[in-house]
Design a protein around this ligand. Structure first.
Ligand code: KIV
Ligand code: ZN
Length: 559
């Protein structure tokens, strides 16, 4: 039976060494967003948007930028003219433009580049059997001849540009390289380099595209390693990779290609490009930074970069896109939230122990990308006490004791279940308020006068005025503090359930004049554990409110 999909050509590379290679130096980067990325947008960028994108790429630190296909698009031609005529290309930046091996297209391309300080003409021609024979109806010899003739025409045009003061180089791509017989790819590349005949110190970029991702990353790495081993002109060339993401492995394929020796990488921010897109440069660059490689690219304001690219491309970045997605520094599940919470509380100790950033569930420091800590923990029905406590602390500066966390988590989870969605931190506060600060009012405190005993000031005599379902009561009792006196008095009221105060916790929301005291109490009433809370500028009042909150909640809980 025939296989569903054609097998790929086998790569012989028994002596591969790339699997144990380590990437220690940064590749050269070329951003192809304005060409490969733009050609695949449902709404291609306007000239103004292209300009904004170009400046963004410069801000990030790209020194090589493919700006378009001027012979194929009037807009691209004009954009090329605009950035040259308005002197917008920094001295250390090289622009490149794509062109096919055809005379009239090459002439138009040379015209587009007139006056450019530094540029590269990027010539391409497909070299796979599929394309040569079945798309173009060409033989290998035809393709070889076209590539060399194209190169010769480019060389002529470039000589003129050079006379006018421009520095112009050549990039050559055997399109569909990963589906090309490697001997033939090498022959075409060698022939082009020979035709170009680079000057002393000049290098031709040999860009080896995985135009359609039809192979696994290890096979592509094998191809790159074989190509590099057999490249006759290593001193005169830079080997570059250009990987599309049809199998979702573009980052892996490009990374393994770097291990195999590739020196230059093409891609786009967030992987814009034909079909599933190109290699995502943000991911690969930040992965390399994670491995300790200085890439020269600045993604420290990633949110800004993301929002500009989303706006000008009119396409959202996926919420789970590595590094840049909205959710990548967010934990929903309770156990993750708890671990992150613990990790942050001992961040410096962990850095000392492990010799660098190490926090559970977060492989990089979001701060280094300009992303904020508050967004880490989001609350839904899967959230646990740790995450909820983290949001209460980070959003409201309220530290909850563990027993209060457990109690509040069950309320939050129940509510989130009924809503079947994520809860905002404002909703969390509303729930806290409804649950503890405004419970049903069986019993209300009108006034409380705790006074030290005249003979033994360690004893507090409490006198209180309460409203019990509309009935006014005056109570008196003593204790070793205002709260124990209050509790003793309330325990004497037969209409109230019998309870004991089991635990007490007090804290403050800050140190400034408008800081609030926050108190939590845990009372035991029969088999029920009931938590109460109070928030007030005065710590004694917050404690009293916490006791009344708990007593009133007994009624709610038993309803
Ligand atoms: O994907 C590809 O092969 C290309 C070439 C034109 C370099 O974009
Ligand atoms: Zn491409």
């Amino acid at each position: 039976m025939k296989a569903r999909y054609a097998a790929m050509r086998k790569i012989d590379n028994e002596n591969r060494i790339w699997p144990s290679a380590k990437i220690t130096v940064s590749p050269e980067w070329c951003a192809v967003d304005l060409r490969d990325g733009n050609q695949a947008l449902p709404n291609p960028m306007t000239p103004e948007q292209k300009m904004e994108y170009f400046k963004l790429l410069l801000d990030i630190g790209f020194k090589q930028i493919e700006i378009g296909f001027p012979s194929a698009s009037e807009d691209d031609f004009q954009f090329c003219r605009d950035i040259i005529e308005q002197n917008l290309i920094p001295e250390d930046v090289t622009i490149s433009v794509l062109v096919q091996s055809r005379k009239h297209l090459i002439e138009r391309t040379i015209e587009a580049l007139r006056g450019a300080p530094r540029a590269v003409v990027h010539q391409y021609i497909a070299t796979s059997e599929l394309h040569m024979k079945h798309v173009f109806g060409m033989t290998r010899e035809d393709v070889m001849k076209t590539a060399v003739e194209g190169c010769s025409l480019i060389k002529k045009g470039v000589q003129q540009l050079k006379k006018e003061g421009s520095v112009v180089g050549l990039e050559f791509s055997p399109e569909e390289f990963s589906d090309t017989d490697i001997d033939f790819a090498l022959d075409v590349c060698h022939a082009v380099v020979e035709e170009w005949n680079p000057e002393e110190g000049e290098k031709v970029i040999l860009n080896l595209p995985m135009t359609v991702e039809r192979r696994l990353p290890n096979e592509y790495a094998d191809m790159i390693e074989v190509f590099m081993r057999r490249n006759k002109y290593p001193e005169k060339t830079v080997v570059s990779v250009h990987v599309h993401n049809d199998m979702g492995c573009a980052v892996a394929a490009s990374t393994l290609a770097l291990m195999a020796g590739a020196q230059r990488v093409e891609g786009t921010l967030f992987g814009h490009g034909e079909r599933t897109g190109n290699l995502d440069l943000v991911t690969i660059a930040l992965n390399l930074e994670y491995l300790g490689v200085n890439t020269g690219l600045d993604f420290s304001k990633l949110d800004r970069i993301t929002s500009i690219v989303e706006r000008v491309t009119d396409m959202p970045v996926h919420a789970r896109q590595p590094y840049s997605g909205q959710l990548v520094f967010t934990a929903f599940s309770g156990s993750h939230q708890d671990a992150i919470n613990k990790g942050f509380s001992k961040k410096n100790e962990l850095i000392d122990t492990f010799g660098g950033w190490k926090i559970p569930y977060l492989h990089v420091d979001p701060n280094s990308l300009g992303r904020s800590f508050e967004k880490f923990i989001r609350i839904n029905s899967q959230s646990g006490k740790g995450g909820i406590a983290f949001v209460m602390k980070s959003s409201y500066n309220i530290d909850m004791p563990k027993w209060a966390q457990i109690d509040f988590a069950s309320t939050v989870q129940h509510y989130a279940d009924t809503q079947a969605r994520e809860l905002s931190s404002e909703e969390l506060w509303d729930l806290f308020e409804q649950t503890y600060l405004k419970p049903c009012t069986l019993v209300k405190l009108n006034n409380y006068w705790p006074r030290p005993d005249e003979t033994n000031p360690r004893v507090i005599n409490g006198e209180l005025d309460i409203d019990l379902e509309g009935k006014n009561l005056r109570l008196k009792a003593s204790g070793n503090g205002p709260i124990s006196a209050l509790v003793s008095a309330l325990r004497m009221v037969p209409e109230l359930p019998d309870f004991v105060l089991d635990d007490y916790y007090e804290d403050s929301t800050g140190h400034s004049a408008d800081a609030q005291a926050v108190c939590f109490v845990k009372i035991i009433c029969g088999s029920d554990i009931v938590i109460g809370a109070g928030v007030d500028p005065n710590v004694n009042q917050a404690a009293v409110d916490a006791v009344f909150s708990a007593i009133n909640r007994i009624v709610t809980i038993n309803e």
